[in-house]
Design a protein around this ligand. Sequence first.
Ligand SMILES: NC(=O)N[C@@H](CC(=O)O)C(=O)O
Ligand SMILES: [Zn+2]
Ligand SMILES: [Zn+2]
Length: 377
Amino acid sequence: MMKTLVLPCRVPRLPCAKTGAPIRFKDKGARMELSITRPDDWHLHLRDGDLLEAVVSHSASHFGRGIVMPNLKPPITTTAAAVAYRESILKALPANNDFTPLMTLYLTDTTTPDEIKLARESGTVFAVKLYPAGATTNSEDGVTDLFGKCLPVLEEMIEQNMPLLVHGEVTDPAVDMFDREKVFIETVLRPLIEKLPQLKVVMEHVTTMDAVRFVESCSEGFIAATVTPQHLLLNRNALFQGGLQPHNYCLPVLKREIHRQAIVSVVTSGSKRFFLGTDSAPHERQRKECSCGCAGIYNAPVALSLYAKVFEEAGALDKLEAFTSFNGPDFYGLPRNTSKIKLSKNSWKVPESFSFASGEIVPMFAGETLDWLPSSV
Ligand SMILES: NC(=O)N[C@@H](CC(=O)O)C(=O)O
Ligand SMILES: [Zn+2]
Ligand SMILES: [Zn+2]
């Protein structure tokens, strides 16, 4: 496979007051070590069956919690299904691992306010996910008319202090693929927030300067965003470099360099509105390398190394811990993790692939050498 073109992260920094996050650096001879509060992944696809078994340990080995996406087949639309899915995740965890899956419900045109009450009472569901119908992988059952069909549910979510997580893209085929996030902000998100200013919303996997500006312009504590490693490190050239690169294809699709730079600038500025969400989305190799390949990048094994790389190159390692470990739980109103992990400046090679019962999964940056190695303390 072609070596991925990784872009430099030394970009202009937005002016910002120092957050003063207590980061501990140790210089072990030539090797730098960083000790940070255990991170959480606020956007994660764990799948089910043997794929779940194959991938879960890559997240569970370093992350404390993960917001688990509900886009299974069939989707997780009820609390009962979320509770059962949670059980199967717990069963698939390695022994003595206390990773906590935070479950989500898949919003449909027919979700009821009572289901939201049940979700809150269960203590296992932490958010509701909006997939505009047809926007991405397994979104066929998603919402067709948010304002027409879902307002009572959204009002109940305000009552229950339950955040709405959005895949922020319109699906109108007349809208250019690269403009779908920007158009979603203007036609759906802004009107939604004007109508329901008390609703907590996370704009998932932001990819544009427009999204960065929008989130920054909203009230803190109500609107936040997750950011993936791929949208921090790659621009849309990575899809075509040396030939079509299916393992760099995800949705929302990678954008122009100016957008990538805007995202790097805002996360490394220390803004509290942005936090770690890998969107790690494994698909079996044949489902990526075919004539109509699936969208989704499998980044769980490399995500922490890559986030550290971005912050290091931007000269902002002192802001890394807030992004990986504080801003997310603070937004969700959950306690921060108490355990730590270590990131050592140690070269390691990303495996070419991971085999499992039904095939192989190719990780992001397969076969390449990365600098930061995470380990539990
Ligand atoms: N991001 C992706 O490209 N794919 C995700 C779905 C999603 O998060 O949109 C998947 O489930 O494969
Ligand atoms: Zn999505
Ligand atoms: Zn996703």
